[in-house]
Unconditional design. Structure first.
Length: 173
């Protein structure tokens, strides 16, 4: 197993709030040369993670730091890459050891006409670790991702409370 991470980077914004995976530690079942796991959250779409070739299934996972509500993933490949479909399932864990399926295996299309982005909608679930288990790729014999973003629900109380005003201190008598 590869354990890779780096300093926490500024988070990107989306409709559901900040990218919960930005700058967080990432691990993968394998990597091919310079195409290491940390490339999926370095903010550079030209870098990417690639698993060992001809060795499916492969996985990549992010540690969100704490259990937080997640409802959507944005998975991206480098711009300009040819259209391909990757088959994967989404798994979650609160401890990084025992994973449960959050979504069953499905094919996700990455098309340059759509920005080589696949959006994965999840039922809102609170999880700390998100894992993508990839079992096929029509464009290359390995799992590949340039960006792995996680977002929380767009609804609910997402603002910090304001400071109270008009407070007065009175001494107990």
């Amino acid at each position: 197993m590869l354990l890779l991470g780096g300093p926490v980077a500024p988070v990107a914004r989306a409709a559901g709030g900040p990218d919960l995976a930005a700058g967080r530690p990432v691990t993968a079942s394998s990597a091919n040369g310079q195409y290491v796991a940390r490339n999926v959250n370095d903010g550079d779409r030209s870098t990417y993670w690639e698993s060992a070739n001809n060795a499916f299934p492969q996985w990549i996972q992010g540690d969100l730091g704490a259990a937080v509500p997640v409802s959507r993933l944005a998975l991206r490949l480098p711009a300009g890459w040819e259209r391909r479909t990757q088959t994967l399932k989404v798994q979650g864990s609160t401890d990084g050891n025992a994973f449960t399926d959050l979504l069953p295996s499905a094919a996700y299309t990455f098309d340059p006409q759509g920005g080589n982005t696949a959006t994965v909608d999840l039922p809102t679930v609170s999880t700390r670790f998100l894992r993508l288990l990839v079992t096929a790729n029509s464009g290359w014999p390995a799992a590949q991702l340039a960006s792995f973003e996680a977002y929380g629900p767009a609804t609910g109380d997402t603002r910090a409370p304001s400071a109270p005003s008009g407070l007065a201190y009175t001494q107990a008598g």
